[in-house]
Design a protein around this ligand. Structure first.
Ligand code: GCV
Length: 714
């Protein structure tokens, strides 16, 4: 029946478009906020008859507007709007202050903090009603989105009792967006910030960006690249940024800036940027005061200092703490924070790059001001398909630490490959640091609960651009979504989030949800398998990081060359990180487990050890055979995703369906490329035969000469 309706609808749409009618293309612009009609039986049991609001504010108006938009889409008719409950089925929203009916209910709001919400089925004046209540307007907005999510996932609305508050304080997107509109490591078009049009004009896209972020609890945005241009601190740009901040404010989003350490020289004409020079501090002081005059709720600064050629306090023989504290002191009176990045490494081939951030920052533990939070990438290298968690988590009890994830998939197939990062984030957050014995998870380090820090947070390097679908692909939207959901609750499961994303983005049909969630849950492991199995890392092509480059020795620095990482030779493959001192950076029992080849988890074996090609793995295969098996499995998983998607056309509009189908075909072709190129390269060291039925299609020289953007003919 459903299928016949689908065919009829398809014919009608085709006819309408032939006649030039309004058939609306599904570009993906609406993200997970599509609000498509619910099924008849759900609608019959769960109508929301009226929306009841009290006093107004920009944020409460945004909540009411979203509910109106959402309920109209989901139930087909707009809810009546009023200021009192007159019949059964009303939805009452507000704080105790804005809505007397909520105050009268005496709800337990105390524990919700200033961003949490309560959604509860109640009786008001003898009528059945639902309330969305909070201590703040933004809590009501988060509750409104949560209520729409309940409907989007078809949760029955009778007898609701949901209370939720974020576990982390800073839930921030880091945009690596440049002044000229390009995005570093962006694969979704140009920057969404239209600087030339500001301050006069803020586009509709910015409001929709704010809505999408509020719907998943993101409360901050760093608008410019960490490789920062000092121009973002000029008066001209502060005026533009203030306009953006005004547009984001109703949605609970604060604006932050990445700052260039040498800005006092470049903009202020000073001779130095030494953090202990009073003139330098005075410059920052006056700049910060200027910013807060324009943006009273400005969030603070993000700093990449003395990293990959960026200037920093070490240029003046000062420490990271000297630098961070100086700007923290000028931000403190305004309640601003400093997010100081721990992504530093030395260009010394004798030093294991993975050890450097720990060596540099652990001695500074306890030396940072309270409004400084150290922003640490999930792994010690650089957003690889798989890395162990950075040993800095759990090693700095007297410093606030926040997580930095990458949402944009610099190293995981960029625009086209389907790689759901929920499983990667979950793996990192659930990792046990053992800082205070078992249960000292990374999630508890970064939510501040383990060592009782007031500042806690998660940052995600955004995958957002001005492409019609925002993220370069429909499935990349899931990574923005899961980032926000895990920032709100670092203990939520990747599977649960995938399930709710699929329901809101595509369909509530169980026959669709199960295979798609399954694809998503396996997708990141597939990428690990066809790119960097068994703990390999950074063997991507130099610079752009798209495609294989285990042979790559281009570049000025040893630690930018692939052989530095994989260390393949006639004996075996992998990095001996016992010898490098890295293993010792973990707490027991991890450091004991990682010290032994047999006790190291096999999915990280070559990260920690240089292992003989003939080493016997748990499967009974030799290491060489196992490596080949993983590369092959990765390709097979992508083929399985293609086969699964091929059966699912009925529940997806043609435009989005075709994009996923086509991108999976690209992913399959490129997974084969990865497999064959890497194995053609590694076999020259292993000199072991390929298992029966497998051999790379082309000789190594073919892959080595492949130009950027090309991949082998299938
Ligand atoms: C913003 C990696 C990326 C760089 C990025 C850097 C960082 O090296 O390739 O593009 O620069 O990380 O996180 O600072």
């Amino acid at each position: 029946m459903k299928q016949r309706l689908g065919i009829a609808l398809g014919l009608a749409l085709a006819l309408m478009s032939l006649l030039g009618g309004p058939a609306r293309a599904e570009s993906g612009y609406d993200l997970w906020l599509r609000y498509q009609p619910v099924e008849e039986d759900y609608a019959a049991a769960n109508q929301v008859a009226a929306l009841v609001t009290g006093q107004r504010s920009p944020t409460l108006d945004a909540a009411a507007l979203e509910l109106k938009r959402g309920l109209t889409g989901l139930f087909g008719t707009p809810p009546a709007q009023g200021s009192a409950v007159a019949a059964d089925g009303a939805l009452v929203i507000g704080t105790s202050k804005s809505m007397p009916a909520i105050a009268a209910l005496g709800l337990p709001l105390q524990g919700l903090g200033d961003e949490g919400y309560l959604i509860r089925s109640v009786s008001i004046d003898g009528h059945k009603a639902t309330v969305i209540a909070a201590n703040s307007d933004v809590g009501v907005l988060y509750g409104a989105f949560a209520f729409l999510r309940l409907i989007g996932t078809r949760t029955p609305l009778a007898n609701l009792d949901v209370a939720s508050s974020p576990k982390t304080r800073l839930r921030v997107l880091d945009h690596w967006d440049n002044l000229n509109g390009t995005v570093e490591r962006g694969y979704a078009g140009a920057s969404i910030w239209d600087w030339p049009a500001l301050p006069e004009h803020v586009s509709r896209r910015i409001i929709d960006y704010a809505r999408a972020n509020a719907s998943i609890g993101i409360n901050g945005t760093v608008v410019n690249n960490v490789n920062a241009d000092a121009a973002f601190l000029t008066t001209e740009y502060i005026e533009k940024e203030a306009k953006l901040a005004d547009a984001l404010r109703p949605f609970g989003i604060r604006l932050y800036l990445s700052v260039r350490w040498s800005a006092p020289i470049e903009l202020g004409g000073l001779k130095s940027a030494d953090p202990l020079d009073p003139a330098v501090k005075a410059w920052w002081q006056s700049k910060v005061d200027e910013i807060y005059r324009a943006i009273p709720d400005f969030g603070g600064f993000l700093v990449k200092a003395n990293s990959e050629g960026q200037p920093g306090p070490q240029d003046y023989h000062r420490t990271h703490a000297d630098g961070a504290n100086m700007i923290a002191d000028v931000l403190a009176p305004h309640h601003g924070v400093v997010m100081w990045r721990a992504f530093v490494y030395a260009n010394d081939p004798k030093i294991d790059r993975a050890t450097t951030a720990y060596n540099e920052f652990v001695p500074l533990d306890g030396k940072f001001r309270d409004n400084v939070v150290l922003q640490v990438k999930n792994g010690p290298l650089d957003f690889q398909p798989r890395e162990p968690f950075s040993p800095l988590f759990g090693a700095m009890p007297r410093t606030s630490l926040m997580m930095e994830f990458q949402i944009t998939k610099e190293y995981l197939g960029q625009q086209t490959h389907l790689a759901y990062l929920g499983t990667l984030y979950e793996e990192a957050l659930k990792s046990d640091t053992y800082e205070h014995g078992p249960g000292s998870t990374v999630a508890r380090v970064i939510d501040g609960s383990l060592d009782h820090h007031p500042v806690s947070g998660i940052a995600g390097v955004a995958n957002i651009g001005n492409d019609p679908d925002w993220c370069g692909s429909i499935f990349n939207q899931a990574n923005w979504y899961v980032f926000g959901r895990m920032a709100w609750d670092p203990e939520i499961s990747a599977r649960a989030v995938a399930d709710e994303w699929v329901r809101q983005t595509f369909s509530n049909n169980p026959a669709f949800i199960a295979p798609v969630v399954d694809m998503m849950m396996k997708s990141r492991e597939a990428v690990v398998d066809y790119m960097t199995p068994l703990g390999l890392a950074l063997i991507m092509a130099h610079g752009h990081h798209m495609g294989p480059g285990p042979w790559d020795t281009i570049g000025p620095r040893e630690d930018w060359k692939a052989p530095y990482y994989h260390r393949a030779d006639a004996e075996g493959i992998g990095f001996d990180r016992v010898a490098s001192g890295y293993v010792a950076q973990y707490h027991a029992p991890l450091k004991d487990a990682f010290a032994g080849v047999a006790t190291t988890p096999e999915d990280l074996l070559l990260w920690f050890h240089h292992v003989s090609w003939d080493y016997r793995m748990k499967s009974g295969r030799t290491l060489w055979q196992e490596l080949v098996a993983h590369y092959r499995k990765g390709v097979d998983e992508v083929a399985a995703m293609q086969a699964a998607w091929a059966k699912l056309g009925d529940d997806v509009d043609p435009e989005r369906y075709a994009q996923v189908r086509d991108f999976l075909a690209i992913q399959h072709r490129e997974a084969i490329w990865w497999r064959d190129a890497c194995l053609a390269y590694f076999v020259q060291f292993s000199r072991r035969p390929f298992p029966e039925g497998y051999k790379p299609k082309y000789p190594l020289s073919y892959y080595e000469k492949m130009p950027y953007g090309a991949s082998p003919k299938p």
